[in-house]
Design a protein. Structure first.
Length: 80
């Protein structure tokens, strides 16, 4: 089963990095305010998705993007 690591960026330049095995359902939860961590974010957009072969790999990728070096890579890729 594929897992997805995704990154959201809000209008006020806050970022959320998460993972799921159902990206469409998870994004809908964010949009409807059903997720505590993004409930207070202003409007946001999906800026990046990584597809991973399993949950273990997705967790590693999510941790990478949350790390200092991972944030630097994202800045370089997306010019934050």
């Amino acid at each position: 089963m594929d897992y997805y690591v995704y990154i959201l960026k809000s209008n006020d330049s806050n970022f959320y990095k998460g993972m799921t095995n159902n990206l469409e359902k998870r994004l809908k939860q964010h949009i409807l305010g059903q997720t505590q961590t993004t409930k207070k974010m202003t409007k946001f957009k999906l800026i990046h998705v990584e597809i991973c072969k399993d949950r273990k790999d997705a967790r590693k990728m999510e941790k990478f993007f949350k790390s200092g070096f991972g944030r630097e890579v994202l800045r370089e890729l997306f010019c934050f």
